[in-house]
Design a binder for this molecule. Sequence first.
Ligand code: ZN
Length: 451
Amino acid sequence: MNLRNLVVYITSLLWLNLTDAKIGYFWHITDLHYDPFHSSREIHRGCKYNRGDTEHGHRAGRHRDHTCDSSWSLIQSAAAFMAERHPDTLEFVLWTGDILSSSMEHESEETKLEAVRNVTDVLSRTFSSQFVFPALGHNDPPPSRRLVDMWMQWLPTEALQTFETGGYYTIEQSRSKLRIVVLNSVLWAGGAAKTDGPHRGRSQWEWLEHVLSKARRKNEMVYLVAHAGPGVDERHNAGSSSAAGGGELTPTANTRLLHVIRAFSDVIAGQFYGHRHADTFRLVYSEGRPVSWALLGPSVTPRGAGSMSNPGLRLYKFDSNTGKVLDYTQYYLDVTNTRGEVHWAVEYNLTQYYGLREVSATSLDSLAKKIRNFHDRTTLTKYVTALRVRHVTDVSDCDAACTHVHFCAITRADFHEYRTCVRNPASALASRAPQIPAAVILYAFLILISC
Ligand SMILES: [Zn+2]
């Protein structure tokens, strides 16, 4: 061990003692899209929910169809796998919506609630001593007394009050300084729910700002959790207001949420969303500086929203005293290549996979720059492979323009900025260049004229 390594070693030991990190874990599961009629669909019609989609190139069995939403046995296998992987220090589960298959849209409220109850029961058996925090997606029933009755096993009274009227709530972790804020993104998507779910005369916006201000006063750190988060879906020519709908935030809601995130970036320790059926991330900047990150988990359903992917489950590792996210392990089920049996496996580990020193807005900003680097496609290849949860590993179809679109989607959560970025690669490169403070320029100028 040379001197430098020795110093690093001693420093890290001291650091561990000083910070006294308490390691905890939580699962993030999203977009289960359970289809109770899966088997009959498969036998009689196939799972072609989209008009004109009649080819089933790799249909081979119960789980192995990328045009089908989740069967009951897929949900059960995911639950069984999570139960088996239970770390002792598993603290909670984030469950970010789209519980039901979009094919159930026209089913009765009763049928939908029955399906939600079945999934709820599986999760409640799987996590018998943890709390599950559900967020509503656009394919889910709206908040109601029936949902409150189902989820009261996990949510305290105060949370149930705001949940029943607006579908949003906050949870205070009693043993730490971490607060979980679960939002109802459907209210901001201009979709089914037209009201803003006022609770005691407050809209979700007012409520959110109130909760974040209070968290700041109490020195708490906050996780923002929702089905859909800010930013665009690069696969859908998104960023145009016509692309909103289907659960995406409206342009107005997107702008406002970004504003709130910037204003409270000192309080927000992380953002966790689903909805895209893709493994990706988003960054929020303030005056050119990365100030907040959002990690989007892939879906449990193999049925893609635009492109196909494998089912995924994500286990986060965090410091449960401070809420700081330390890492996650991404698990996946190779839908097309398994031979008969269902085999969930590790896909990758965030910090190792991308060589990150830590999970922060700054480190993810550097990662975004590596993804954009067209001369070294190693990071881009990793990113695109993960994006589709290893369903496709050949990324040769992603040319320079495609690479640039990925970069814009990650770094431009504002719809307008995204469109500008896509249209103008050169300005995108320039705008993130480090800015030289005016004082430095003046100093250099003074030196120059004094010579
Ligand atoms: Zn979904």
